[in-house]
Design a protein around this ligand. Structure first.
Ligand code: SF4
Ligand code: SF4
Length: 380
């Protein structure tokens, strides 16, 4: 075991390997407030990567309905129950992570479990079901019931539990972009990674008898003969609600205020990691939903929830500008600049790839259209 930095926890933690951070780290911000649960992202991923024999149950991208939906079912509540008390003091995590709590096994494997087969069968169980009520001790003045959509892909964690657990060293984190992959030649299908991944984002293919997982669409990011370097993953490009912004995320010490992900995560502290207490330092960040009890959100996203919701509720002009960049281009926005009436996004070479106006043009139609000799009515 080595001691590694985990900035989500504001402390060092135990990890089986010495940490070497990637030169750049792939990441994304998802704005839960905008998701309409259309599952277009899910199908975009499905039709690109998981349409083969043995992948019938595999949804590398899924959108579940919280609090009771889950894919696989109970993926988070089962592990939270095993983890024990999860206390934060002044933004610092004082409980144990999955690497620090003994699993009781022969080796040093992270705390985990393998879901039962039926739990993989219903990827959208309880979809759109508002079953959480104030009677469970969770309430808001404005709502008795609540639910929200939770968009989930592999987090390409800084300290991946899947990698830590693999006895074959078949899982690796690419040093150039931090993407976590399973070497299909080395994998023997022991499924230790499935037990260890706290987000349950490695999945077993019973036909080829290997584990498979989200690859962050790295061929799109890398580019090639037929496509430009820097294309964003399919789930991000296809998102109907424009809730997703992918790019590169830095550590707090190296954060750049003109990098949209750094701006949202580090500067504005608006986007938060999912279950940071697990300890893997996940790299997908969420803007929490505004209509959900804070107590419930705090156990999912850590202690920054109240501040994040206050910021999201009253965004200033700069923040509104960055939020407008979501879903505007299929290329990775590496830098942004705010001009008088537009926000601009730039690629790795500094080329402007998108320009979005702060205010959309507004047209009021005349009652009588002389050109077509028609009268138009706006419904009251
Ligand atoms: Fe590995 Fe799971 Fe983290 Fe993905 S989310 S890198 S599968 S531990
Ligand atoms: Fe939500 Fe976007 Fe996926 Fe639709 S495509 S479910 S809006 S994340």
């Amino acid at each position: 075991m080595a001691k590694v930095d985990n900035w989500h926890l504001k402390r060092k933690m135990q990890y089986p390997y010495q940490a070497t951070r990637a030169a750049k780290q792939f990441g994304a911000v998802f704005d839960i407030n905008r998701c309409i649960g259309c599952q277009t992202c899910t199908m975009a991923c499905r039709s690109t990567w998981t349409f083969s024999n043995g992948q019938e149950h595999m949804w590398w991208n899924n959108v579940e309905t919280k609090p009771f939906g889950g894919y696989p079912q109970h993926w988070d509540s089962s592990l939270l129950a095993k983890l024990g008390p999860q206390k934060w003091t002044g933004g610092k995590y004082e409980g144990q992570t999955i690497f620090e709590k003994p699993d009781g096994g022969a080796r040093d494997e992270p705390l985990g479990f393998i879901p039962e087969t039926p739990e993989w069968r219903f990827p959208n169980i309880y979809e759109d079901t508002a079953t959480a009520t104030s009677s469970e001790g969770l309430s808001l003045p404005e709502h008795q019931n609540f639910f929200f959509y939770m968009q989930r892909i592999c987090n390409h964690c800084t300290h991946p539990a899947c990698l830590a657990a693999c006895p074959r060293k078949a899982i690796y984190k690419r040093p150039e972009d931090g993407i976590v992959l399973v070497d299909q030649k080395r994998c023997r299908g022991y499924q230790e990674c499935m037990a260890a991944c706290p987000y349950k984002k490695t999945m077993f293919n019973p036909v080829v008898r290997k584990t498979q997982k989200c690859i962050a669409c790295y061929p799109r990011l890398e580019g090639g003969e037929r496509r430009e370097k820097g294309e964003i993953p399919r789930c991000m490009a296809a998102c109907v609600g424009s809730i997703r912004l992918s790019g590169w995320i830095s550590t707090p010490a190296e954060a750049r205020p003109d990098n949209p992900l750094d701006y949202l995560v580090h500067v504005r502290k608006l986007a938060l990691p999912l279950y940071p207490q697990f300890g893997t330092e996940p790299n997908i960040y969420y803007i929490p939903p505004r209509w959900v009890p804070r107590k419930f959100l705090a156990q999912m996203f850590g202690p920054g929830v109240k501040e994040a919701i206050a910021t999201r509720t009253s965004p200033d002009r700069d923040l509104r500008g960055v939020l407008k960049l979501f879903g505007t281009t299929r290329m990775t926005i590496e830098r942004f600049a705010i001009k008088d009436d537009v926000i601009e996004g730039f690629d790795a070479k500094g080329k402007r790839i998108i320009s979005v106006p702060f205010d959309e043009p507004f047209y009021e139609r005349p009652f009588h259209d002389a050109e077509y000799s028609a009268h138009r009515f706006n419904e009251p």
